[in-house]
Design a protein around this ligand. Structure first.
Ligand SMILES: [Zn+2]
Ligand SMILES: [Zn+2]
Length: 517
């Protein structure tokens, strides 16, 4: 037990948090009294840190204190939520654990889910499970309780449940995936199932305090706040002090397999500097922190349970905007009035400004209605209306103005998402869908005939070369200076030169002509 023998001073509130039991008062206690209290609670003494009189050291976030919090047993962590009263729900969880035979586990899950109304993404690998799913509340809850209580492999599993009116996912995708998340170079070689290799998890309150420390002008070494998500998620909402990721998507975040192994915001940062990492649910931090540790960063902290836990705990401070989520909700508001994520008439407020006029943008994101642009952007309600779903005025006059249509209750991936607005509705009414299919058929036919012509040209060239070579071979070397032989040789060289020019493209041919060769 890591906590044994460590010298820590603590108040009831912090000890209760570490042990996962209800505090009776906030008055500080000393070691002997707390030990007795733990006996009353019938908890083994070994879990209680050794205590000394004095001010609580857990309240100020020191590395020692958070390590103590992290080493508390998993059942002492904040409990799992009670099922919502709604007919449907959204269920999110992940668990990093060595699974020797993932395909067997997969079949057990498939058998359990047979006939149950659970949909979404559930991925199983040698390193654990990652699920963003949901469905009929009774079925989803039965599934996660079966997992947490009856499957010893997933002991201590923590999950999140949110109410929903209907299915938030179109279908169930339960499969084996070697990488639970997408990252350059994959995650199979990373020691993600070793808690010591990952960042130290901080509960929402400890995170808030450390964040305040990072913001305070007086503190010494300032922690770096690192957003470990896609850049468009940062646009929807982020923690104060966290810079926008340079990469568009998390899977492009630098790893050992990349050209430079560190994210831009860590370049030149001393490896001893505390790094505070956060993501939506926690898995991206758990995986990426093992990479940063391998790069020499030793002072790594992650937000336990991700932003979802932070917002669920009602701690809104230091959070700006709303939270981007990967289900039909698209984004959820921050609960605290101190945060800016409020649902106005037009939608949720985003942390980043309108990318057209710089005003206050609202979520969800949109893909530009010009299919050849398809840029994912956020805008204010006025710009959304004015630009008719396009990202800019030039896109409004583009020839291919169509957009993915959302079927009733069925959502595509974020790139295919389109809101129920005037543009989508008009596209359905005008029957543009059928004309689109015709245009697509014409394009395909044109492409096929182009390919055929290319193939025939290639065959013709090959035949010519073969003829010339056969003629050359028929001539004896002694007759090399024969005029007929010379003509044949020149013809062959000319053909080869033409072929080279063709391969190099028209720019090369033009340059050659200019040289007069
Ligand atoms: Zn605007
Ligand atoms: Zn555009």
């Amino acid at each position: 037990m890591a906590g044994r023998g460590m010298l820590l001073r603590s108040c009831r509130l912090c000890v209760a948090r570490v042990l996962g039991i209800a505090p009776r008062s906030q008055t500080p206690v000393v070691g002997s009294r707390l030990a007795a209290w733990s006996l009353v609670q019938a908890r083994p003494l070994v879990r209680v840190p050794q205590l000394v009189p004095g001010p609580c050291s857990l309240r100020s976030v020191t590395q020692r204190a958070v390590h103590e919090a992290a080493s508390a047993p998993s059942e002492a962590r904040p409990g799992n939520p009670t099922p919502p009263a709604s007919s449907h729900c959204i269920l999110n969880f992940y668990h990093l654990v060595d699974i020797p035979r993932p395909h067997e586990v997969l079949e057990q899950h498939r058998a359990f889910l047979e006939g149950r109304e659970v949909r979404g993404r559930i991925y199983i690998s040698h390193q654990g499970i990652n699920a963003q799913c949901g469905g009929v509340t009774a079925d989803a809850v039965a599934y996660v309780q079966w997992l947490a209580q009856e499957q010893s492999l997933f002991e201590g599993l923590r999950y999140k449940l949110y109410p929903a009116d209907d299915h938030a996912f179109p279908r169930l995708r339960l499969k084996f995936r070697p990488n639970l998340i997408s990252l350059a170079g994959g995650m199979t070689a990373a020691p993600v199932t070793d808690a010591q290799a990952r960042a130290t998890p901080l509960d929402p309150l400890a995170w808030k305090e450390m964040l305040a420390q990072a913001q305070s002008p007086s503190s010494g070494t300032k922690p770096v706040v690192l957003d470990v998500r896609n850049s468009y998620e940062w646009d929807a909402g982020h923690f104060e002090g966290a810079q926008r990721p340079l990469e568009d998507e998390f899977r492009e975040t630098p790893t050992a397999a990349s050209r430079t192994p560190l994210p831009h915001h860590l370049e030149g940062v001393d490896p001893a500097t505390p790094i505070m990492m956060y993501c939506t649910g926690g898995i991206r931090c758990d995986v990426y922190s093992t990479h940063l540790r391998a790069q020499g960063y030793s002072n790594l902290y992650s937000l336990d349970g991700g932003i979802q836990s932070y917002l669920d705990a009602g701690v809104g401070e230091h959070w700006k905007g709303s939270l981007y989520v990967f289900d039909s909700r698209m984004a959820v508001p921050a609960p605290s009035p101190a945060a800016t994520g409020e649902e106005g008439e037009a939608g949720l407020i985003a942390a980043a400004p309108c990318q057209v006029c710089g005003g206050a943008a609202v979520l969800p994101h949109m893909n530009c209605a010009n299919i050849d642009c398809n840029k994912l952007f956020i805008a204010c309600p006025a710009c959304k209306t004015h630009l008719k779903g396009c990202c800019s005025e030039p896109c409004m006059t583009a020839p291919r103005l169509l957009r993915p249509i959302k079927d009733a209750g069925v959502y595509g991936s974020w790139t295919a998402y389109a809101g129920e607005d005037g543009v989508a509705a008009a596209a359905i009414r005008s029957g543009r869908g059928s004309r689109r299919a015709q245009r697509r058929a014409v394009r395909l036919a044109e492409e096929r005939s182009r390919q055929r012509a290319k193939r025939e040209e290639k065959m013709e060239r090959r035949r010519l070369v073969e003829q010339v070579m056969a003629a050359c071979a028929a001539k004896a070397p002694a007759e090399a200076e024969d005029p007929a032989w010379r003509r044949l040789r020149e013809a062959r060289l000319k053909l080869m030169a033409q072929r080279q020019d063709k391969l190099r493209g028209p720019a090369h041919a033009a340059a050659k002509e200019a040289r007069g060769s």
